[in-house]
Design a protein around this ligand. Structure first.
Ligand SMILES: [Fe+2]
Ligand SMILES: [Fe+2]
Length: 296
């Protein structure tokens, strides 16, 4: 689907890509939780840190979209919103299991997870109803960009323990698949005018200045608590920094796309990366087979 086609379909029917809820389980092995990533224990803890934000974060996304769903006039978009909620609920469930492995390994996962829940509860209780939705579409932009980066450069995770790798690829794919749903709900209920633009830009500025410093602080806590990281020492941090900002520099490459969010006419499907979705069915079948084997 070309960029303009994806956007035109969104304009015409309300939905460019209809997401699908997939009830998949991953059960990654507990004994690899501190060193499952091919790039070593520091990269493992960087990804583990991102996982700590999902249970509470995805709960906020679900609540924000659900609180506006009944106001959506378009039946297809309503259906997509329901599928979005279903996908995020599955992600959250799997990341809760994943995060338990960190806590059981002696990492401060429970404490950090609780901090995110408290923060998001506070934001919900102390901001207007529209704020969680504007923060959701901003954070969904981040998850879609990071998911796309992983799908564009699978070599960044290739060779890792395969259940962890599969789980992250599944999450990345579904983030791409539903990347415009919350955004379309926002446009259809809050609008597309100057005020709606200011609110969504404010949501992005808030999400950026709150989320990324927390990621850094959590990552430092996790690596300090990990014996595997302590053994590697500071070179592990350099490796992560190089992967994200040097070569291949997956985050450095995201900066123009992050800035693109501030265009007045921005829409997530202006970047048409729907070709990645062709691999979802194969990945889901592999995940089901691996789960059956692990359970029996
Ligand atoms: Fe998700
Ligand atoms: Fe999402």
């Amino acid at each position: 689907m070309s960029t303009t086609t994806a956007r035109n379909e969104t304009e015409a029917s309300g939905v460019a890509v209809m997401p699908e809820r997939r009830d998949l389980h991953f059960l990654p092995p507990a004994d690899r939780i501190q060193d499952w990533h091919a790039l070593g224990p520091h990269m493992t803890q960087f990804m583990n840190t991102l996982s700590l934000f999902f249970p509470a974060g995805e709960r906020m996304f679900i609540d924000a979209v659900r609180s506006y769903r009944d106001q959506v006039p378009d039946p297809d978009l309503k259906k997509a919103a329901t599928a979005f909620i279903g996908q995020e609920a599955m992600h959250s469930r799997e990341h809760v299991e994943y995060n338990k492995l960190m806590a059981e390994a002696g990492l401060p996962a429970d404490k950090l997870d609780e901090f995110v829940w408290d923060l998001l509860d506070w934001l919900r209780d102390n901001t207007p109803r529209s704020f969680p939705l504007s923060a959701t579409i901003a954070l969904e932009h981040f998850t879609a960009l990071m998911g796309n980066a992983l799908l564009d450069k699978p070599e960044v995770i290739a060779g890792s323990q395969e259940d962890y790798e599969r789980m992250w690829l599944w999450h990345a794919l579904e983030e791409v698949e539903h990347k415009a749903v919350a955004y379309d709900v926002y446009e259809k209920t809050i609008g597309r005018g100057p005020l709606a633009y200011l609110l969504r830009s404010g949501g992005m500025v808030s999400a950026t200045v709150i989320f990324w410093p927390l990621v850094l602080a959590f990552y430092l806590r996790m690596t300090a608590a990990s014996e595997a990281c302590r053994k590697v020492g500071w070179r592990g941090h350099l490796k992560v920094a190089n992967t994200l900002f040097g070569r291949p520099g997956i985050f450095r490459r995201l900066i123009p796309e992050w800035l693109g969010y501030f265009r007045y006419s921005f829409h997530p499907w202006q970047q048409d990366n729907s070709h990645h979705l062709a691999m979802i069915d194969k990945l889901a079948a592999e995940a089901e087979a691996a789960y059956d084997t692990t359970r029996h």
